[in-house]
Design a protein around this ligand. Structure first.
Ligand code: ADE
Length: 274
């Protein structure tokens, strides 16, 4: 449970993950990933093994859990798996991400969630291919509910689902990460209407899972951070799909490096969960 006294588990005792609040060492980390290409470099880096007994999730679901101990942390990496019918296609998007988040939190009781993945970036806001962002805020851009009751736009706000992520100023300082807002929707491309809402969300990166993972993490009161690596820009001349496929493998290597630095940081410091 929460301890009011800091526990000395750390290589860098004076630093905290968050800045203030209660202190509790993180022991179990849940990494949620949507694509196999994003997952495998991390499975290798942390020497994780696949859960073959399969009892964690309901029979028949494609979700895959890898696990292992790395620097005294219990690392669980859950990949949403390949679609059950369309073999070979990763289960990307908000539905699978929400379901996997819910089931994994229930089963594993993690102290921290890391949602890691690729994202599209806005050149106009400074994003470049291969940049890795730590996300400060998430919101949706494809859930439009324009019902206003008198002057209140609560339905609209519910659709946007904006929330702040778990605050980690020391992590940002230590790893010198780019920080920005993320907008989530169930499409890889960007319709003109999506673009308006993404810009209204002030997002620098867009993905297909983040805000859904954040919603479930909030529901179940688990701190969550979001690490998103840019495979393509969305406001340039190039085709999003082409650029995405061209850069995917290289950017996933960069993503894995950053995630492992984050995990190294977590393993080496006092943890604060507010
Ligand atoms: N992941 C990588 N590129 C993306 C994009 N353009 N939109 C949503 N998710 C992405």
């Amino acid at each position: 449970e929460w301890s009011s006294q800091p526990e000395v588990t750390a290589a860098h005792p004076p630093k905290n993950a968050a800045g203030d609040g209660d202190r509790r060492p993180i022991s179990t980390v849940l990494i949620i990933i949507a694509m196999q290409t994003e997952a495998l470099p991390l499975v290798n880096k942390f020497h994780l093994s696949e859960d073959i007994d399969g009892s964690l999730f309901p029979k028949g679901v494609p979700w895959v859990r890898y696990h292992g101990i790395y620097k005294e942390l219990h690392i669980n990496l859950v990949w949403t798996g390949k679609d059950s019918i369309l073999a070979g296609v990763d289960s990307i998007g908000t539905i699978s991400a929400s379901l996997v988040s819910y089931a994994s939190i229930q089963a594993l009781k993690p102290d921290l969630i890391i949602n890691a993945g690729t994202a599209g970036g806005f050149k106009a806001k400074g994003a470049c291919v291969a940049d890795v962002y730590l996300v400060s805020n998430v919101a949706f851009h494809d859930r439009r509910i324009p019902i206003h009751v008198i002057f209140f736009c609560v339905n609209y706000l519910y659709g946007i689902g904006a929330r702040q992520t778990f605050s980690t100023p020391n992590l940002i300082d230590e790893l010198n990460l780019k920080v920005g807002k993320l907008s989530t929707g169930d499409s890889l491309d960007m319709s003109p209407q999506d673009e308006v809402l993404i810009l209204a969300n002030d997002a620098v990166v867009k993905d297909m899972e983040g805000a859904a993972v954040a919603y479930v993490a909030d529901l179940l009161s688990v701190p969550a951070i979001f690490i998103k690596a840019v495979t393509n820009t969305v406001d340039g001349q190039k085709s999003i799909a082409e650029e995405f496929l061209q850069n995917l493998i290289a950017v996933c290597t960069t993503l894995a490096q950053t995630v492992s630095q984050v995990v190294d940081f977590i393993s080496g410091v006092y943890q604060i969960i507010g």
